[in-house]
Design a protein around this ligand. Structure first.
Ligand code: FE2
Ligand code: FE2
Length: 170
């Protein structure tokens, strides 16, 4: 996911669109895991592996852009001891744990016997991750990023963009 807008939050909003599309695929695949059709269940396992890779790579970069580029200048204004940004940071910890669990369970899916034992656990992780991420993105898109747009303009916004560009090229 690359920076293609010049607003501090524009690129993060674009990332969210890509993440939500992947969550849609993940949610559908979670349901198809228990399909009677082995072809459909196999396709679901393949999609889950792809989404797990996307989350490990692309979502991780997105979280770093927020944590290292966007949040610090906001915390300088509103403080970091609690409040909305502390909640966002805490939710990032939670979603990284879910994403890692998804990756591990997805890796186990290649072993058909293990896969059938893990299906319920995997479906639970998918539901939790999709709910958490969808709500988190909603809060950022409709509350936090509007605060950021009001708070950061001119040079402050340019610095956020420069930092995000650096994180994307790591
Ligand atoms: Fe976030
Ligand atoms: Fe985000």
């Amino acid at each position: 996911m690359e920076t293609t807008t010049n607003s501090a939050t524009g690129t993060l909003r674009q990332d969210h669109i890509a993440v939500l599309a992947e969550l849609g695929r993940l949610s559908d695949a979670g349901r198809q895991l228990t399909s009677q059709s082995e072809a459909e269940a196999g396709e679901a396992r393949r999609v889950i592996g792809e989404v797990a890779d996307f989350l490990a790579k692309e979502l991780e970069i997105h979280l770093q852009k927020e944590e290292e580029a966007l949040f610090p200048p906001m915390e300088e204004v509103i403080g970091s001891g609690g409040g909305p940004i502390a909640v966002m940071r805490y939710e990032h910890v939670d979603m990284r744990a879910d994403s890692q669990a998804l990756g591990e369970l997805a890796a186990d899916l290649v072993d058909a016997e293990k896969a059938s034992q893990n299906v319920r656990k995997l479906q639970g992780t998918i539901t939790h991750l999709c709910d958490l991420l969808t709500q988190h993105i909603h809060k950022e898109d409709f509350i936090l990023f509007n605060m950021a747009d009001d708070m950061l303009s001119g040079q402050a916004a340019d610095e956020v963009l420069a930092k995000m560009a650096e994180i994307e090229t790591r």
